[in-house]
Design a protein around this ligand. Structure first.
Ligand SMILES: [Zn+2]
Length: 270
């Protein structure tokens, strides 16, 4: 599932390839992939729009349009945004296509069809429910301490809560907790201040390194150019059941927490 580093990589790729282009037409073959506005209103609204910039908010790809509107895409589990040249066949599982005036097109593909596109009007507070960006200056150690204070939620579940911190998913929650030597099931409020600070720095470190490596390719993730990331080669615990912990050598275990597979080391994560 694409998380912050993967979505950031996709957005940066799209910024190179589609910023400055004008949308000529839109083709929707699976209606539910467009959340709002429905059907022809969506297509008509996008026609003639110019893409000014492409960025990311949480796990969403945000295309800023000349009119002030934004096209927001949630990739969910298996969503892909891939740019294609004239004559190239559609990417497998394509449901929405934006055709640009220069003949290229952006395919929104999703085999499992959980992804969504949404056109947002200027000033519409579509991201009001999303928490702080973990790599922004707004995410400070003090803010993180305040976020954990008094909460009985397991720390891993709190890291996954998009209303608090936007962009962390299962891979980077597992990796950051390992790096900070913290047991995933610990109640947030039970963490000592040094532990919270270790986790704060681990979150930023893991997300920064993964973004530099263009994300983690598990579950067939590819970026806007159809390329794999590199962070799967340096994972410490995620998906490593039974393998030796890179720090202490004890076997990595897998438990289930908040309905998600959780990989960690019983020996050095406390
Ligand atoms: Zn260990």
């Amino acid at each position: 599932m694409p998380e912050l580093p993967e979505v950031e990589t996709i957005a940066r790729g799209l910024a190179h390839t589609v910023a400055g282009k004008t949308i000529e037409s839109v083709n929707i073959t699976l209606r539910k992939m467009v959340q709002a506005p429905r059907g022809v209103v969506f297509s008509r609204a996008l026609r003639g729009e110019r893409v000014d910039a492409v960025g990311r908010r949480g796990k969403y790809v945000v295309m800023r349009l000349r009119s002030g509107r934004a096209l927001v895409t949630s990739l969910r589990m298996t969503g892909r945004l891939v740019v294609q040249r004239p004559g190239e066949p559609d990417y497998p599982g394509t449901h929405v296509v934006l055709h640009y005036t220069d003949g290229t097109r952006l395919s929104f593909a999703d085999v499992r069809t959980f992804g969504r596109m949404r056109l947002v009007e200027p000033g519409e507070p579509w991201d009001a429910d999303l928490g702080v960006e973990p790599l922004s200056s707004g995410f400070t150690p003090e803010a993180f301490i305040g976020m954990l204070s008094g909460r009985t939620t397991p720390i891993k579940a709190l890291l996954l809560d998009q209303h608090r911190i936007a962009g962390i998913g299962n891979i980077y929650a597992c990796e950051a907790l390992w790096e900070a030597r913290i047991r995933p099931g610990r109640p947030a409020k039970a963490l000592t201040k040094p532990a919270i600070l270790r986790l704060y720095h681990a979150i930023r470190d893991v997300l920064t390194r993964a973004t530099e490596m263009r994300g983690t390719s598990v579950d067939d993730y590819v970026d806007a150019d159809g390329l794999e990331g590199g962070f799967q080669n340096v994972l410490s615990v995620y998906g490593k059941l039974g393998e030796p912990c890179p720090r202490c050598g004890a076997p990595i275990v897998r438990t289930v927490l908040a309905q998600r597979g959780t990989w960690w080391c019983r020996t050095c994560q406390r």
